[in-house]
Structure formats: C-alpha cells, structure tokens
Design a protein around this ligand. Structure first.
Ligand code: NAD
Ligand code: IPM
Ligand code: MN
Length: 360
C-alpha cells in the first residue's frame, strides 16, 4: 500500500508530538511492507515568521497533492495580538477550508488504565466511548459577515448553516452510529437560535434515512453537564462547529488528558488529521508533551485513509499495552499515586509505543 502524507507540524509541542506519530507510522510501514512517504511543510506561527503568511502557497499545494495531511498544532503567545485573519490559527482554518473536509471525527475513548487520572470517579468514566462528529466548515468560524469596527467599538460574527451543510455531516454521523451502538445525540441551542432550529429540523429529516439509529436532541448547555455526569450514556454526538470545539475539549476530562485525543476530518478532497489539543506553549520544548493523541491520530490515518484496519488496531493495542505497563507522560500522572508508574518524556513514550508495536 502506498500513501503520501504531508506533515505540517506547526508550533509549540506540534513538532514534538508529530515526530513520534511519524516514527510510529514509519514502523508500521516497515513492518507491513507498505510505502509511506512523508513530506514536511510549514504552517502557523513558524510560517508567519519564515514566510510572512500562516499558510504558504507551497504548503497548500503539497497538501492538495497528498493522500492525507497530519497536522501538529498551531499558535503561540507571541501572535496573540494579531487580528484573526493574520494569526497562526487562520492558516489552519484556511487549510481546512481548502481541503474541504466537513466532518471532524473526535473519538473520546476512556482507556481503563487512565480512569484514576480523571477527576471524575472511575465508575463514571470507565467504559466511556464517544464519537464526536463536529461540523468543521460552517457556523461561527466561517459565517459572513464578520468584522470588528474599532471606531464604533462593535464586533460581530455570524453563525450560519445551510440545510445541505447540516444534512451532509448528519449523514456521516448516522452512518457512524450504525456501525457502533446505534445511538445519535444531536447537540444544538434550538431553544434560542434560528440556526439551531434549522439544524434540528434537518437532522430530524435525515433521521428518516436511518430508522435503526435512535436519535435524541440535547441543548448544548445541558449536554456539557450530562457529559460529565454520565459519559457512558453517549455513542455518537453530532454538533455544530463551535459547540463541538468546546465539548471535545471537555471530553478530555473523561479520557484523563487532552493529550490523549485524536481527530480525523473527512468528506473533502484530502483527509486532514490533527490531535485535538493545541500548541501548549506552557510545556513546549520541555519533553513533557503527551504524544499519544498524535499517535492515535496516526492510527486514524491507517484506518480511514489507508484502510489498514489491522495496523490501526495494532497501534491502539500498543498504546494500551504501554499504559497497562505503567508508562505515563507527566499529564497522566496528575491525580494518581506515582508509585508503580514510569514517568516518560515525549520521545520515551513514543519509543515505548514503537517497541511494543514490534511485539504485536
Ligand atoms: P492547548 O490545547 O494548547 O493546551 C491546554 C492545556 O492542555 C495546557 O495546559 C497544555 O499544557 C495541556 N496540553 C495540551 N496538549 C497536551 C499534550 N499533548 N500533553 C500534555 N499536556 C497537553 O490549548 P490553549 O493553551 O488554550 O492554546 C494554546 C495555543 O494552541 C493557542 O494559540 C491556540 O489557538 C492553539 N490551539 C491550536 C490547535 C490546533 O492547532 N489544532 C488546537 C487548540 C488550540
Ligand atoms: C481545534 C482548535 C482550532 C479550532 C483553532 C486552533 C482554530 O481549537 O482544532 O480544536 O477552534 O477548531
Ligand atoms: Mn479546540
């Protein structure tokens, strides 16, 4: 199997975690006789500094000529005073729009070994396995008009969706639910927002195509609470762009750390893969970053773009085995009794996953 992957590692811990994910994928390729080629390009803050723009044309062209794009993270405190369209994050949003993927899959799986790491009681989180489907190309992120009128002291963004935009992402969520526990929870704010009323009506229409899936609707404020109270109650959770951004970070509480969460964006010209977390300037350059979210993101490339299900499962098993054997990055030590755990740096964690993978 041949696969061309563009790596845009970005800023902060982006390069640290991406290096480990790429090394794992290289081992998968070597072990299975696959030909994966990796090309590197700049995005985000590093691109602003070196190229004067957060998404250089050359990066975008390479991305469009690849089978998959693996992104680390973008953003840094030094860029915080820039306007939205000049910031590192704008490069990522432009890349998402150009690649066209509208369904951002964010699985939140609570590894049993990390249940003690969650501030929630182990019996609440144990067994939680949620697939968030976050609409990625609409809503407040891309809706027009948007502006900041500095003279008037007034600014605005627009939460806008068309029926087709909702229907296409809803279909992906229903299909995922059919292959899982056949339950879909659609999250909105239909008690207040017209855009959410369209969202809910459209999801109800699409539901007729999937009679075997049980559909429920939740308001986003209540959902934020239900997720913490009974995370095991949820299977597939469908949300608009901003609600999904917020709820997926919240689900880090269920999994033990933000550093555990992978994501994949499908439905466009080229699939885009990124861990859920950001550039984490507070721990960048210290070898403290947890690379497992990025490594599990690599497993999603194997499953979704490459169709290598067995290899994807092997990576996941390797991650679980390292956790079973007590391997922990610093973020996974919080709230636990450190005895019996091995504190690992970013690179040591990556190496343990690779060593374990070779024995599977
Ligand atoms: P963040 O996700 O970078 O960090 C939040 C907290 O989680 C921090 O305490 C951080 O140390 C910790 N954390 C995150 N990833 C971790 C990992 N792999 N291992 C251990 N700990 C980890 O969010 P933030 O601090 O709000 O944002 C920092 C920058 O990242 C901002 O510029 C933001 O815009 C950007 N960001 C980028 C992306 C992306 O590129 N996909 C995603 C989110 C945030
Ligand atoms: C994410 C991030 C991005 C988002 C930012 C950096 C543009 O928070 O991927 O979750 O809001 O989508
Ligand atoms: Mn986010």
């Amino acid at each position: 199997m041949k696969l061309k992957i563009l790596v845009v590692a970005g800023d902060g811990i982006g390069p640290e975690v991406t290096n480990e994910a790429v090394a794992v994928l290289q081992d998968v390729a070597a072990l299975g006789g696959h030909e994966f080629t990796f090309t590197e390009r700049r995005i985000g803050g590093v691109a602003i500094v070196q190229d004067g723009t957060p998404l250089p044309a050359d990066t975008l062209n390479e991305a469009l000529a690849s089978d998959a794009v693996l992104l680390g993270a973008v953003g840094g405190n030094e860029f915080n005073s820039l306007p939205p369209d000049k910031r590192p994050e704008a490069g990522l949003l432009q890349l998402r729009a150009a690649l066209g993927g509208f369904a951002n899959l964010r699985p939140a799986f609570a590894f049993k070994e990390l249940a003690v790491n969650s501030p929630l009681r182990p019996e609440i989180v144990d067994g939680a396995d949620i697939m968030f489907v976050r609409e990625l190309l609409g809503g407040l992120y891309f809706g027009q008009p948007r502006a900041w009128d500095r003279d008037k002291g007034e600014s605005w963004n627009t939460m806008r969706y068309t029926r087709d935009e909702v229907a296409r992402v809803a279909r992906i969520a229903f299909k995922l639910a059919q292959g899982r526990r056949k339950k879909l929870t659609s999250v909105d704010k239909a008690n207040v927002l017209e855009v959410s009323q369209l969202w809910r009506a459209t999801v109800n229409e699409v539901a007729a195509e999937f009679p075997d899936v049980t559909l429920e609707h939740q308001y986003v404020d209540a959902m934020a609470m239900h997720l913490m109270n009974q995370p095991r109650n949820y299977d597939v959770v469908l949300t608009e762009n901003l609600f999904g951004d917020i709820l997926s970070d919240e689900s880090a509480v269920i999994t033990g750390s933000l550093g555990m969460l992978p994501s994949a964006t499908i439905g466009g010209k080229v699939d885009l893969y990124e861990p859920v977390h950001g550039s984490a300037p507070d721990i960048a350059g210290k070898g403290l970053a947890n690379p497992l979210g990025a490594i599990l993101t690599g497993a999603m490339i194997l499953r979704l773009t490459a169709g290598l299900e067995a290899e994807a499962m092997a990576v996941r098993t390797a991650v679980r085995t390292v956790l079973e054997n007590g391997g922990r990055t610093a973020d996974l030590m919080r709230g636990t009794n450190p005895q019996g755990y091995n504190l690992l740096s970013t690179t040591a964690m990556g190496a343990q996953v690779r060593d374990t993978l070779k024995q599977i």
